[in-house]
Ligand binder design. Sequence first.
Ligand code: URA
Length: 245
Amino acid sequence: MKHKKKRIEKEYKEILTLTGKYLEQKKEQGERQVYLSENIEFSKKNKSLAMPENLLAELEKKLKNCRECNLGKSRTNLVFGAGNPNAWLMFVGEGPGHDEDMNGLPFIGRAGKLLTKIIEAMKMKREDVYIANIVKCHPMIDPDQPQKRGNDRPPRPEEIAQCKPFLLKQIEIIKPEVICTLGTHATQSLLEITTPIGVLRGKFCSFENCKLMPTYHPAALLRNSNLKKFVWEDMKKIMKEHSKN
Ligand code: URA
């Protein structure tokens, strides 16, 4: 809520600054009066169109039929992302798996259920945060078998290059306070580095006006439960950071 209030305050400050500049300009041009007109209605309408939920819906609509890379050709559903368009916290995973491809929603399989538990342990609900992936379509080992389980692979550099601009647009619209990248691929592709996740995790870095916390992918926790304590340490750091704002 505080995060949302801060964003609204920022937007109002921007509007005031622009209005001030406009009036200064008019004064310099010798005008002594400005008139309020029906344009006020028009700008109100524009403002509501610029709400994050509308901007996300517009982007999703644009992407819906995307076939720009091979992933788009084999997918069943594009997995755009889900959650609160005003979220202060955004989770970014690597790419949809089988369950996500079948349903069009991010993180709903086994790894997703664990992510939900992590979010709930942070005293939030899935609907409070925003969840997205680096690529929006299921990267498959064998694209001819979309129904097959265990047919997952990490996204390839060319697939990431094709899809990443859409994730960046989502981040620009949502303006989260904190982004938590899940696992090697999400972290390395967003930060454009090759440092191992074991080195990066647990340390905040700056990314696009927000703080980014890399941590292990929930699928890694399913393979090795010893990693759970590190993820919880990272979540506590995220909560502490948020409590300062
Ligand atoms: N793993 C991911 O990285 N993303 C999903 O949406 C599901 C599993």
